[in-house]
Design a binder for this molecule. Structure first.
Ligand code: NZQ
Ligand code: ZN
Length: 392
């Protein structure tokens, strides 16, 4: 059965090399006082900072800045940003960076409109409503999370050792600038992590049995083939425009809501990964790369095998005349080969400094004390088993 769904992705995208000339006009639609947010300085190194500041000044807008947003962005940066917005009567936020900067900016934009602590939006006990948020424009510099086009933000709280996400249409960017040349300087490692993240966003939806939606499965297979084709090229040739453009547009469409098509099952690898980054501060895509093939192996049985067969034959071109279980197993091997050999990502927990110390608590938090109702429902013991599989 295909569930009813609403298609509503109201983000204006400026894609390409020569689009920033539209930035001033877009910002002006929302006001005159702009808070620009960014991370640890990569935008200065690539010359983007100067270009953005010039566009803002030329448009006669007033510029405020917040820098230093961390990878795996922290609630303290969000608090600072929300406060800055209130003190300076900010009209519009401009996030320039990767998913971390955009995510932090989303919760700042909501935090600027309330009196309470922005963490209350993430805290699962409180889950404060997001009734409104200041408008956000983003300039993306790393293809991975899709935050430039989606309703999600994921924030870390080092005090509580939580990394929690929030979804709300109010925090979706109004406009995003996607210039592939802004990603030419992304390292091979971050390119690989981004590719693993995009693959996971698709796999979390593709491996889902609520209903068969052939049209969307074909789109997802096309997106996955795009990542498999272009991520290694971008790693080898960082300034290959075609590769960067394909990765960039695929990252947005992997998670902007389109491929969901009403599917309702929860994701599995993301909740597990967020517990890893919460405690070990590892790169999100790296954690997903380690977890995903193990999770696929854990879920594989006769009842779920057909999805693996579809994945293996359509995405990796495995011989369809082989026995279905053999194709299913080979599909996991092919994915592992892509993640660990082609993308050169680390394969096991010990290689990234994760041991068994926090398995029980991470697994309990990942299932939120109950069951993760994904492709295969997972309880705490299942998640601990999957973590164990990542040890070698
Ligand atoms: O901080 P700066 O100096 O900008 O450097 C960053 C950072 O060190 C660097 N970088 C970004 N653009 C660059 C660049 N370096 C050179 N050239 C450029 N053009 O890359 C590093 C990583 O940046 P970050 O923003 O952390 O990476 P990413 O985009 O992968 O974002 C990861 C965060 O997004 C969350 C993750 O959990 C993680 O916290 N996610 C957000 C989602 C969403 N909003 O929908 C979904 C995802 O599943 C994910 O959970
Ligand atoms: Zn992700």
């Amino acid at each position: 059965m295909i569930h009813d769904f609403i298609y509503d992705i109201p983000v204006r995208i400026y894609f390409g090399r020569d689009q920033l000339k539209n930035l001033g006009a877009e910002l002006k639609r929302y006001g005159t006082r702009v808070l620009m947010t960014y991370g640890g300085g990569s935008i200065k190194k690539i010359g983007l900072y100067d270009r953005v500041v010039k566009e803002i000044r030329d448009a006669g807008l007033e510029l405020f800045e917040l820098s230093g947003i961390e990878p795996n962005p922290r609630i303290d940066s969000v608090r600072k940003g929300a406060q800055l917005c209130k003190e300076n009567h900010i009209d519009v936020l401009l996030a320039v960076g990767g998913g971390s900067t955009i995510d932090a900016t989303k919760i700042m934009a909501a935090g600027a409109c309330v009196d309470h602590d922005p963490w209350d939006f993430l805290d699962i006990q409180k889950y404060a409503p997001i009734e409104k948020a200041l408008p956000i424009i983003s300039i993306l510099t790393l293809s991975a999370t899709g935050s430039e086009m989606d309703t999600a933000a994921v924030i870390s709280n080092p005090e509580t050792k939580d990394k929690l996400g929030r979804l709300d249409p109010a925090i979706r960017p109004k406009v995003s600038f996607l210039d592939p040349t802004n990603t030419f300087t992304v390292s091979a490692y971050q390119t690989a992590c981004g590719a693993a993240d995009i693959m996971s966003h698709i796999i979390e939806v593709y491996f889902n049995f609520d209903e068969e939606f052939y049209m969307l499965d074909c789109v997802m297979e096309g997106l996955m083939k795009t990542i498999i084709r272009y991520a290694p090229i971008a790693m080898r040739e960082p300034d290959n425009y075609e590769a960067r453009a394909n990765l960039m547009w695929a990252s947005s469409w992997a998670i902007n809501g389109f491929i969901l098509g009403g599917k309702r099952k929860a994701w599995s690898c993301h909740p597990m990964e967020h517990e890893l980054s919460a405690i070990y501060d590892i790169t999100h895509g790296l954690g997903l790369a380690i977890l995903t093939p193990r999770w696929m192996e854990y879920c594989l049985d006769e009842t779920r095998m057909s999805k693996y067969v579809q994945f293996g034959t359509n995405v990796f071109g495995i011989d369809p005349t082989l026995a279905p279980m053999e194709i299913a197993r080979k599909s996991i091997e092919k994915l592992s080969d892509f993640l660990f050999n082609t993308l050169q990502l680390k394969r096991t927990f010990p290689e990234v400094g994760i041991d068994r110390t926090h398995f029980a608590v991470m697994a309990r938090k990942a299932v939120n004390g109950g069951t993760l109702p994904g492709f295969k429902p997972l309880q705490q013991a299942d998640v601990e088993n999957i973590f164990e599989m990542c040890m070698k």
